[in-house]
Design a protein around this ligand. Structure first.
Ligand code: ADP
Ligand code: DP6
Ligand code: CO
Length: 322
């Protein structure tokens, strides 16, 4: 048995978002969510279990750092695999960490694949998705490529992602406008929990998200870009409205986020169809069709000369390396 494995997983951006847990220990979400896996951003992680190790070590981007979430996740893997060895985890993020660009999604999908294989398990993709979920909710979806739905379920066995359209033939692009790649002050985990506990609008959010999922799937199936973009933009703004309605209220918007959203609206009024979405961080993602990518990026660069603009297409599911 090999006690070493390495895997690569890509990030995903939700078009209908997960923003709240009904079980914080098992990470069971309040609603189904639907995302697009991106080809540009990913995490590579290698895991070695060895009986000579006296503790778990975690190295991120070449630097050893303590990480309680990684340690807790390794405990889950050891329990499932029936082993007791400590592990060395070496991870490289090809995505800004904790900046609202979904590093936790690619991170825990890659860790689930590498750690489960290194521990001697041979999990199906469904079971990998369930395992990744225990590290970070959004990681549930990063096991698969393309458009992916996380079926909320109500227990550990039935909460996992299913591919909706894995091989995407539609020329959809997601442009990440990197306003600030520094770690955010309020993690996704903390932000969504404050919202669940205190927002008076939480029930309406769940109702709206549940209503939007089938409409979004239909729009994607028909390649109806207008409906898809409008639904995604509305869903994102409803999520951010929850944050403003929480106690204490908070926001992930920076002045530049609003500037970028205004620029997207300006592009639309010029006849270039594109839509925005935002996650738990100030960076804005613009959804567009491949044919418009060049005009959108040059418009953004003209208006925001110092801002990095990164274009992604649909990306693949988790892969083993070595
Ligand atoms: P993001 O918007 O980047 O997903 P989150 O607040 O959801 O930010 O999650 C960040 C969490 O993910 C942090 O606890 C961070 O330590 C963890 N994380 C990021 N990258 C990795 C990695 N490569 N391996 C393990 N954990 C990681
Ligand atoms: C806004 O998966 O990062 O990106 O489950 O607590 O680790 P934890 O949170 P995380 O939350 C992602 C929130 C989001 C929307 C989404 O990806 O669906
Ligand atoms: Co995250």
């Amino acid at each position: 048995m090999s006690n070493h494995a390495a895997a690569r997983a890509h990030t995903n951006i939700a078009l209908i978002k997960y923003w709240g847990k009904k079980d914080t220990e098992l990470i069971l979400p309040m609603n189904n969510s639907l995302s697009l896996t991106l080809d540009h951003f990913y995490t590579d992680t290698s895991v070695t279990f060895d009986s000579s190790y006296t503790k778990d070590t975690f190295i991120l981007n070449g630097k050893e750092i303590p990480n309680e979430n990684v340690h807790k996740f390794l405990n889950i893997v050891r329990e499932k695999a029936g082993i007791s060895e400590f592990a060395k985890v070496n991870s490289t993020n090809h995505v800004p960490t904790t900046a609202g660009l979904a590093s936790s999604a690619s991170a825990f999908a890659a860790l689930a694949a590498a750690a489960s294989k290194a521990s001697g398990m041979n999990l199906s993709r469904r079971d990998l998705s369930r395992l990744a979920r225990r590290g970070s909710g959004s990681a549930t979806r990063s096991i698969y490529g393309g458009f992916v739905e996380w079926q909320a379920g109500d227990n550990d066995l039935n909460s996992y992602a299913v591919p909706f359209i894995e091989n995407v033939s539609w020329d959809i692009k997601m442009i990440a406008v990197v306003i600030n790649s520094k770690p955010k002050k309020i993690t996704s985990r903390a932000g969504m929990q404050t919202v669940v506990n205190t927002s008076p609008y939480y029930n309406s959010w769940i109702k709206e998200a549940n209503r939007s999922i089938p409409l979004m799937k239909e729009a994607i199936s028909k390649q109806d870009f207008t409906t898809m973009g409008e639904l995604a933009e509305e869903n994102a703004m409803k999520m951010h409205a929850l944050n403003l309605s929480a106690h204490p209220h908070f926001s992930y918007f920076s002045p530049e986020s609003i500037q970028v959203m205004n620029l997207v609206e300006e592009l639309r009024s010029m006849g270039i169809e594109c839509y925005y979405t935002m996650d738990a961080g100030p960076n804005v993602k613009i959804i567009c069709l491949g044919k418009d990518t060049a005009s959108i990026t040059s418009f953004l660069q003209k208006n925001l000369p110092n801002t990095e603009v990164l274009v992604s297409s649909a990306g693949p599911g988790v892969q083993y390396l070595d």
